[in-house]
Design a protein around this ligand. Structure first.
Ligand code: NOJ
Ligand code: CA
Length: 711
């Protein structure tokens, strides 16, 4: 080697080392721990931040820009330079007090980019990416600005630039309610505006072509993507505006006419995480704990005052029109039955509550919910001014609160409180302190809340910042009193149950109740095979399964549940919630004076789990989940199908090795069908081990449930 070559080589080595150092300082790409997902951050020629996402080297999110608009101050948009970046790896785990599994692994690589405007304002913006093996989250930190302590965000413009015309399961970006059916279309065909004016929604506002999250997609190559947010705190909920032509989504925050913008925040401020789950198997979407991991650890300590449980309720009977919430029977939701208006059919009376308590105590059900127990129901609907209507302390005259509580205690049943606010949160906030004290004095540890109707004051929406803060206040105040919350008409779940494990469940979807009164035919048979891969990705669902009298013709000839009875049983495993309603009327669970043989599954099935496994599934077609009960080690399996019949092989290889289980299979009878023969079932008993298999036939709209009790 001559001198010249040597000199040249050493110079090259020097340059290489130097670039490596400088790349270290301002690193702009980051991968998942397994290397499959890569995120690349970039600044455009004009200094606007953007990101791209690759999965196994294929682009799944193309260059997507990010910016913020404010009232009265310039946008944070371009003119940025990258000052520095930070990389770290976190590998840890944490335990759930109740949940789908005991321990959650939390392993990610984090890249934070520190940006600053080069212009005269010199404002800063930090963007933090966390990449997991199953997806990613990113959030913005807006540091303090000189002379500005509070900003009114008028728009957050986070783009999600798709790389194909994916198949999408979506609900509209409604600012008030998530209770829409999922529609399956290609991305280019999403038309949220067509979902306006649904007759059965108590409040609905769909300002533009946007979708709500979680929104789940499947690419032509079979890759699954789901978009959502984590840790929604002091901010507005995010819908995603749809650009059909350019296959692009952009964050559109829920607004407030009172605020004149989207969110008013003090600086410094961190936004919620924008999340993208990326999976090769549909079932992995459900098993992912990404949203939870992106939330802060438990902030309220031990919540053992709440016991995961099944509960019955004075509830379905109002929805199907057997009884009413109010005393006089004049103010029913959609349950008005010809000839019965005005007749007193009040469901929440002392005698009826005792009947439910007896049923619960005799059949191993721990909880009882009583709706319509308090005054206010005579004015709750059709009243413009609902402020001050509900009273959360005063029972109706035919409901002897003390007597019911004493009877429940004697029988070992826990009564769940009900607070329907009729979307008047200020009235609720005024009474919360006394109402929660009243609950605790009477030994009640959880409350189902409700927000039916348009929010008062006018101009606020269920999913806007003002309501996000109200729902948070409820969690905070309840936690201080050791009370757990199951919210209906809620803000969507964003994984906050990690930080506030008193947030036990919520509605936030088209629940069972629609089968009782919806004028559009009720929930179709594929509803829950879709929900499992969409709404359920955000958190526990109070869906209220367990209808045995599928057609309830005695009360409503024009409505029915569009599933078989076995499908209803499967939902106790398929749908995750630490509280599961056993929603039908006690008399509908009885056959010739005896408990229905299939009710045994409901008595046996767990509600708190050590492990959960999605054995099989395809969005909107079918899903099969196995869960291992905490404590007993028993397993339960639930499988459901859409309108198509299906053969499903259950491979028991997930069972503990060397253990024999007594398996009881509850399945559709040969001639079962959700419409023509929904209640036909069969029960089969056998012994199985982890080397066993069984093949099960699911009827159209059908399902099966298996209990596996250790021998
Ligand atoms: C709507 C809730 O979803 C339902 O469960 C409840 O019965 C009614 N509101 C009355 O509060
Ligand atoms: Ca509802």
């Amino acid at each position: 080697m001559n001198r010249k070559v040597l000199l040249y080589l050493s110079a090259a080595i020097f340059v290489m080392v130097f670039t490596a150092c400088s790349a270290e300082k301002t690193k702009t790409t980051v991968t998942s721990p397994d290397g499959n997902i890569e995120v690349a951050f970039n600044l455009s020629g004009s200094g606007q931040p953007s990101y791209m996402v690759m999965h196994k080297k294929e682009t799944v999110i193309d260059t997507s820009y990010m910016s913020f608009d404010f009232k009265n101050i310039p946008s944070l948009k371009d003119g940025f330079e990258l000052i520095s970046s930070d990389m770290k790896t976190i590998e840890s785990s944490w335990d759930m007090q109740w949940g789908e599994q005991t321990t959650v692994k939390n392993h990610y690589n984090e890249l934070t980019l520190y940006l600053q405007e080069t212009g005269e304002l010199k404002r800063k913006l930090n963007i933090c990416f966390r990449i997991y093996d199953d997806g990613l989250g990113f959030r913005y930190e807006i540091p303090a600005m000189e002379g500005v302590s509070e900003v009114l965000i008028t728009d957050e413009n986070t783009e999600f630039n798709l790389t194909g015309d994916h198949k999408v399961w979506w609900i509209p970006g409604d600012w008030d309610i998530y209770e829409h059916l999922y529609t399956e279309t290609n991305f280019s065909e999403i038309d949220a505006i067509s979902k306006r004016n649904h007759p059965n929604l108590s409040a609905s506002y769909i300002p533009e072509n946007a979708v709500n999250t979680p929104v789940t997609m499947k690419s032509a190559d079979g890759l699954y993507l789901s978009f959502h947010e984590a840790d929604l705190t002091n901010y507005a909920g995010m819908t995603l505006k749809v650009d059909n032509d350019n296959l692009k989504m952009e964050s559109e925050l829920v607004g407030s006419e009172i605020l004149g913008g989207k969110a008013k925040v003090n600086l410094p401020f961190s936004t919620p995480w924008r999340t993208i789950q990326i999976e090769e198997r549909a079932g992995d979407l459900i098993e992912s704990k990404l949203t939870l991991n992106l939330n802060e650890p438990n902030a309220i300590g031990d919540v053992s005052y709440f016991t995961p449980m099944k509960y019955v309720g004075i509830w379905w009977e109002m929805h199907i029109g057997k009884s009413t919430w109010d005393l006089e029977g004049t103010q029913d939701m959609n349950t008005y039955i010809e000839g019965q208006r005005g007749s007193s059919r009040h469901g929440a009376n002392t005698e009826n509550a005792k009947k439910y308590i007896d049923f619960a105590a005799a059949n191993g059900i721990k909880g009882l919910l009583v709706e319509g127990w308090n005054t206010g129901w005579d004015q709750w609907i059709n009243t413009e001014d609902r402020e001050g209507v509900f009273d959360f302390m005063t029972p109706y005259s035919d409901y002897n609160f003390e007597e019911v509580m004493a009877y429940a205690k004697e029988k070992g049943v826990e009564v769940i409180m009900h607070h329907e606010t009729s979307a008047a949160p200020r009235t609720y906030e005024k009474q919360m302190e006394v109402a929660y004290n009243f609950m605790k004095e009477n030994g009640m540890n959880s409350v189902k809340t409700g927000y039916v109707g348009k929010i008062i004051p006018k101009g606020e929406y269920h999913h806007g910042q003002w309501m996000v803060n109200h729902y948070q206040k409820v969690l905070d105040d309840a936690a201080a009193k050791k009370i757990a919350i199951n919210a209906h008409e809620p803000i969507k779940a964003t994984g906050k149950r990690r930080t506030y494990p008193n947030a036990i469940a919520r509605e936030g979807l088209r629940g069972q109740e629609f089968n009782a009164w919806a004028t559009d035919g009720g929930n179709p048979p594929d509803h829950l095979s879709t929900v499992a891969f969409t709404r359920m990705l955000s958190g526990p669902i109070d869906f209220t399964p367990g209808v045995f009298n599928i057609k309830f013709d005695e009360y409503k000839k024009s409505n029915q549940v569009n599933t078989t009875l076995a499908h209803q049983l499967a939902l106790y495993v398929v749908i995750y919630s630490p509280i599961q309603m056993v929603c039908d009327l006690p008399e509908h669970y009885m056959v010739n004076g005896e408990i229905h043989p299939a009710f045994k599954f409901i008595t046996d099935v767990g509600v708190d789990w050590e492990a959960s496994k999605v054995l099989d599934g395809e969005i909107a077609d079918h899903v099969m989940i196995a869960r291992k009960e905490k404590g007993s080690g028993n397993w339960f399996v639930g499988g459901i199908t859409d309108e198509n019949s299906r053969k499903q092989t259950v491979n028991f290889n997930f069972l503990d090795e060397g253990t024999t289980y007594a398996a009881t299979i509850y399945k559709d009878a040969d001639d079962a069908h959700y419409d023509t023969n929904p209640e036909a079932y069969e029960i089969q008993a056998m012994e199985v081990t982890n080397t066993s298999n069984v093949e099960i036939e699911l009827a159209p709209g059908g399902g099966f449930a298996i209990s596996l009790i250790k021998k």
